[in-house]
Design a protein around this ligand. Sequence first.
Ligand code: ADP
Ligand code: MG
Length: 247
Amino acid sequence: MNAVATPLLELKGISKSYGHIEALTQADFDIRPNEVVGLLGDNGAGKSTLVKIMSGVEFPTSGKIFRDGKPATIRSRKDSERLGIETIYQDSALVGSASIMRNFFAGRELTKGPGLLDMQAMNAIVMDQLLNTVKIAGIDSPDILVETLSGGQRQAVAIARAVYFKTAMLLLDEPTSALSVRETDKLLAHLGELKADGVSAVFITHNLYHAYESCDRFVILSRGRVIRSLTREETTVRELNDIIVKN
Ligand SMILES: Nc1ncnc2c1ncn2[C@@H]1O[C@H](COP(=O)(O)OP(=O)(O)O)[C@@H](O)[C@H]1O
Ligand SMILES: [Mg+2]
């Protein structure tokens, strides 16, 4: 079914140069409905550059982007948000010195009239999301500053936000590198729950076991080029490892 569905997002012939360095060369990539894509490749392969292009942090030198088959332009984070794309980096892109609630609604605040924030409604939503959707232990107030949270708790806040705002695609660039083993387990479980909720995801990790456990399909980059795309059914951890090491 996935093979015939129009991709949620399709990138065609994407190249990106930084001066003399070509970080991406004619890369094709897509995200389909209801799938978790593992974006794999050694250091410097171009994975983060591809994520930055999809989230509007970087702009491609050439290439085309389509959302639901229609041409789209992503020049800023606002653009990517509007297309239903949210990104979680290693540090989760939250503002440490602001509260959980302010981070949750950043740029999408609820109001009850011109210039009047509806704090009560926003606080209630945040607590409901944290307690019932991502079930973060130890958070009892939306006013807690993000800088006091653990890495796993921060990721959970970012995931709760993505779920609440009905993100269509969640991009996770090495989200587990700063997490404990237990927090990593929880994040991988969240990925499965997100998919059940209809959120597709792109998951970058160096841990091929984690990738294999959570992803439906793997796209392998090597020196800026997409060299393979394989479904989980047609490959193994060992083969993924060999492809990455030998290219
Ligand atoms: N802002 C930048 N300026 C110059 N070179 C960059 C920049 N960002 C990435 N690169 C280069 O582009 C290539 C791909 O990097 P990156 O996308 O970060 O790879 P990955 O995430 O797969 O490790 C690397 O050679 C990297 O050094
Ligand atoms: Mg990277």
